[in-house]
Design a protein around this ligand. Structure first.
Ligand code: ATP
Ligand code: LTN
Length: 340
């Protein structure tokens, strides 16, 4: 990838925390759109390990998951020759800009973040300062690269709005420094629901693994999880089913995997038993995930290939990030290093 080409395309950026198991919700809400949009953008795809430690992680698991997630980005179809893929902690500018942005973010704003409220409830024994200031680090991830578009699931909308507010605040205080990014939240599948508790979102770190589909689940596990997915006491699909959480979620997943509109899916299954949809959905999932898993096994088996991509990605990222960070340091009045 020539430097020139990189400069011409608008920037698309997104990240996933290496916690739990990459799940169908992450694919449908985020990764799928990374793959679909990569043609028209320079994609920057980050494994955000610094975000993941806001919840306690086992060191060996975290290390393995960072590589595993990067391999899954590639298996999903991200082209490493045309995009930048790296691990967040390999690029120290994220931590550096995050500190600065912390000083331009109000506690009142952080207090409103629903992810902080949710996670503080789930991890009541570890409500740390990092969990609270997490949105400033996310803003740094995005603003360092003059990002145009951020494809994420609906749960990240609030963080994106805060990122835009921080960027505008900084730009207005000094002079235009950051591009103000736009969110890209898909129309279908922006919030895939849990299989057993369909009133809450599917989450890759859920302690109950029947709540999510892992992208690496083998076919028998996929079939079992779909079969056991909670629906309701009606048995047949009607146009109303789209508005019922459990069955509506299964119809949504089917529509995304088969590239059909929700209405078309509801028509196709109208009058059928729930078990028919579950059977066909399991077939679609197996058909989609088997080749994904084969590509994954090949990539994860070639450690050198993967670490080369990540090293190269981190190098490119550091180059781009330094440009923005130097500008920021200059504007706020820090003395340039090496001249004092
Ligand atoms: P965790 O349970 O480990 O906190 P998570 O499953 O919520 O994680 P994140 O790392 O927070 O995943 O999010 C990665 C990306 O996946 C984000 O863009 C997020 O919006 C998207 N995403 C997460 N869960 C869903 C979901 N259920 N439906 C659609 N998109 C989702
Ligand atoms: N906060 C996000 C993950 C994340 C991210 C980002 C997404 C961290 N940095 C930058 C998009 C762009 C989450 O919890 N899902």
């Amino acid at each position: 990838m020539s430097e020139l080409q990189k400069d011409k395309k608008p920037i698309l950026l997104s990240g996933i925390q290496p916690s739990g198991h990459l799940a169908l919700g992450n694919y449908v809400g985020a990764m799928r759109n990374w793959v679909n949009l990569q043609q028209d953008y320079l994609g920057i795809f980050i494994v955000v390990d610094m975000h993941a430690i806001t919840v306690r992680q086992k060191p060996a698991d975290l290390r393995n998951r960072c590589l595993s997630f990067a391999a899954q980005y590639l298996a999903a179809g991200i082209d490493p020759d045309e995009n930048i893929i790296f691990i967040q902690s390999h690029v120290p500018q994220h931590a550096e800009l995050s500190w600065v942005l912390n000083c331009y973010t109000y506690m009142g704003e952080l207090n409103r973040m629903t992810q902080f409220k949710d996670k503080s409830q789930r991890h009541g024994d570890n409500i740390n300062a990092g969990l609270y200031t997490y949105p400033a680090l996310m803003a740094a991830d995005i603003l360092l690269y003059q990002t145009d578009l951020v494809p994420v699931g609906a749960d990240q909308k609030q963080h994106l709005e805060l990122t835009r507010d921080i960027a505008n605040r900084f730009n207005n205080t000094y002079s235009p420094t950051f591009k103000v990014p736009e969110p890209f939240i898909p129309k279908a599948g922006a919030r895939i629901m849990s299989l057993q508790e369909p009133d809450k979102k599917m989450s890759k770190s859920d302690t109950n693994e029947n709540n999510y589909i892992s992208l690496l689940d083998p076919p028998d596990v996929l079939r079992r999880k779909i079969k056991r997915a909670v629906t309701d006491s009606a048995r047949e699909i009607t146009p109303e089913s789209l508005h019922h959480s459990g069955i509506g979620n299964l119809l949504t997943i089917f529509s995304v995997l088969n590239d059909m509109s929700l209405e078309a899916v509801a028509n196709q299954f109208e009058g059928q038993q729930y078990s028919v949809l579950k059977g066909e959905l399991a077939d679609s999932l197996v058909a989609f995930l088997e080749p994904f898993q084969q590509r994954y096994s090949k990539i994860i088996g070639e450690k050198g290939y993967l670490t080369d991509i990540l090293d190269q990605g981190a190098g490119q990222a550091r180059y781009l990030a330094t440009k923005t960070l130097s500008k920021v340091y200059r504007k706020i009045g820090f003395v340039p290093a090496g001249r004092s």
